[in-house]
Structure formats: C-alpha cells, structure tokens
Ligand binder design. Structure first.
Ligand code: OOG
Ligand code: MG
Length: 252
C-alpha cells in the first residue's frame, strides 16, 4: 500500500469535489496508518499555502456515533481555508455537505502534554458557538473508522460565532441547528462526552499520542451534539447555543 498515493486520492477528491470509493475496500489498513494517510493528505494542503488553525474531534456524542455507525473518537486537522469568514458557503465546492452544531474552544497556551479536566480551562482563552460543515470524500457518505480518519474526519469548513468567557458553564446547554428558522436538529452540550471540556482533555491526549502539539491560538472543535443534516441551496443555516448565542452562514 502506498500512503502517498492514497493521501493524494483523498486530497484530489476534496479539491475537485468528486467522491471516491472507500479505501478500505481496496486495501487493508489500521488506525495508525489511517492517521499517517491523513497527515500526508493535509501536507498537500500545506504545500499549497494553507495553514493549520487547530483540530476537531469527532464521534464524541452518541448521536453522531449512531448516525455514522462507528464507536470510537477521532480527530482531524483544520486549516485556514476551511474557515468561513464572509458568511457564505458555496455548495458546488463540496460533494454532499452536512452541517452540525458545535462548540469551539480557542487555546491560550500551547498544549504539548496530556492535561486533566480540572486543568483544561487554564489552556483556553475563550469559547464560541460554531457550525461544522462535514463532507465525506467517500461515495454515499459511507466509510469505516479507518476510512474516515484517513479522510481527515470529513472536515470541510467551519463557522465560529462570538467568543465568550471560559467561565461559561458548558455542562448542559441546549444546542440547535436551524435551516431558514426551522429546527433541523436539537441536543444538549451534555451529549458531548458528558461535558464539552472533556473534548479539550481528549484533544490534548490524542495530540500527544500522535506526536503533535496544539499551539496557542488554535481552534478545538468539541464534536457535534446532534446528528449532521444535509445542506440545501439558498438556506440560512444557524446554530443556537444557550448562553453562547448564535452563529450562521448562507448556502449559495
Ligand atoms: C465524521 C466527522 C464527525 C463530529 O462532530 O462528530 C464529526 C463524519 O461524521 O463524517 O465531525
Ligand atoms: Mg464535527
């Protein structure tokens, strides 16, 4: 198996918005190798001038694990080109994008070791409501755990709302996703590992395990509290999180 070749296939599928068959159907590889493929695939983006801005966790809630049929937490890399700054998402740049309501942390200090839940707030500057746009590069949004890790955990785009104090109690906030004002998904922040702060703890542990550190000034997406919803054209997509307010974008 050629890791470079598989990484290039995924990178091309993403940049051309053309789906590919599952890698696991043509070759066998484990989770470690899947992260190697992810790293190589994102390295192609760095070569084109994109920059690392943080990381995202996936499958941190039952709702997501159930929807996608997998049972392990995963992490992926976020780059600056994924950040929506003008409030618009061009659907033709994606294959079959879906949105999910999230909570985003912003790091204050470099994280280069495992940290406890109690320590986590020391490393965080602020917290915001967010929407993650995921877009599996695999046909029919179907994959194995190894496939989705290699595919950078379906990361496609994110929009982040206004920042709030780290003192905001995140333990049980209502989280909703609305399309043109109509509720499409609803859950609570407690669905995210019991408490989204656990995502910061998990991000630190996974970063150490995979030999990266999280620089100061990075985003950490905690993982969705609800199942993801397919996007439609000309829609105002909004996440509303109790205490943290709302954030939105428009599909074109
Ligand atoms: C993988 C990404 C999962 C989350 O928040 O759980 C994820 C997928 O569902 O395609 O981003
Ligand atoms: Mg997500």
């Amino acid at each position: 198996m050629n890791i470079q070749q598989l990484a290039r296939e995924l990178d091309e599928a993403a940049s051309q918005a053309r789906p590919i068959g599952q890698l696991s159907q043509k070759t066998t590889f484990n989770v470690e190798t899947a992260y190697d493929i992810q790293k190589e695939s994102i390295a192609q983006r760095y070569e084109r001038g994109e920059a690392f801005i943080g990381l995202k966790l996936g499958f941190t809630s039952e709702a997501k694990m159930k929807q996608m049929g997998v049972s392990d937490m995963i992490w992926g890399r976020l780059t600056d080109s994924m950040l929506i700054r003008d409030g618009k998402l061009r659907l033709d740049q994606y294959i079959h994008p879906r949105a999910e309501p999230e909570i985003c942390f912003y790091t204050r200090k470099k994280i280069d070791r495992a940290i406890s839940l109690e320590e986590a707030p020391e490393f965080i500057d602020a917290i915001a409501p967010a929407i993650e746009i995921i877009d599996s590069r695999y046909e029919n949004f179907k994959f194995s755990l190894e496939d989705v890790i290699a595919d950078n955990c379906s990361s496609a785009a994110l929009v982040v709302g206004r920042w709030h104090s780290v003192d905001t109690d995140l333990s049980n906030l209502s989280m909703k996703l609305l399309f043109n004002g109509e509720e499409k998904a609803a859950g609570t922040s407690a669905a995210i590992l019991g408490n989204p702060w656990r995502s910061v703890e998990a991000a630190a542990r996974l970063a150490v395990q995979y030999g990266i550190h999280i620089p100061a000034g990075s985003y950490v997406l905690a993982g969705a509290a609800t199942a993801a919803v397919y996007l439609e054209p000309d829609t105002e997509v909004k996440a509303v999180v109790d205490q943290l307010g709302e954030t939105s974008f428009h599909t074109i």
